[in-house]
Design a protein around this ligand. Structure first.
Ligand code: HEC
Length: 157
């Protein structure tokens, strides 16, 4: 008697759980579609900057490229690096474009593993921070250039 009423209660509560799981799956799919669209839009906008040369001291900031770089920074760098406020697990990047030259920065962002192996400055940073920098999924030349423009603007040009 008591066994069958327990079983009945169990199946009555299965419907809301199923609905909840279905709602979560729909929300997840919607989130994924929006994110994929944003990523595609970013990639298309970045593609128009392919081949942009490294900046020199007298290259004016390109605000649109710096805006794209801000999106790249938030998505791919900000988990480890702060630009202001407290340091996260990696060096604070405020002032970095004044401290390092563009070719060094480009190499550090594109190939951090060979830099911490071969470059004495990067090797010393690895010793200090104890974590090997890694950009999840890698980063390409144009996204690197964009994030450098963002950092340049953050440093006041
Ligand atoms: C997983 C964490 C992590 C991510 C993500 C990451 N970094 Fe780093 N980064 C580090 C660490 C740690 C160092 C110090 C060197 C080392 O230990 O490898 C560093 C060093 C640097 C340096 C040299 C800093 C200096 O003082 O000279 C630059 C520039 C830099 N990162 C830029 C970036 C940019 C731009 C991105 C995003 C595209 C990025 N990093 C993503 C962890 C990270």
């Amino acid at each position: 008697m008591s066994t069958s009423s327990t079983a009945g209660g169990g199946s009555r509560s299965a419907l809301p759980v199923t609905l909840l799981v279905a709602a979560c799956l729909v929300a997840l799919a919607a989130w994924w579609i929006v994110r994929a669209g944003e990523r595609r839009a970013l990639d298309e906008a970045l593609a128009t900057y392919a081949g942009t040369p490294l900046p020199s001291a007298d290259t004016p900031i390109d605000p649109a490229l710096a805006d794209l770089g801000a999106t790249v920074f938030d998505a791919r760098c900000a988990g480890c690096h702060a630009l202001r406020g407290d340091e996260k697990l990696a060096p604070n990047l405020a002032g970095i474009t004044l401290a390092r030259d563009p070719a060094w920065l480009r190499a550090m962002i594109l190939r951090p593993d060979s830099m911490t192996r071969d470059d004495p400055v990067a090797r010393a940073l690895l010793q200090t921070y104890g974590v090997q920098m890694q950009v999840a999924g890698g980063i390409d030349e144009t996204a690197t250039r964009a994030v450098m423009e963002f950092l340049r603007r953050a440093d006041g040009g």
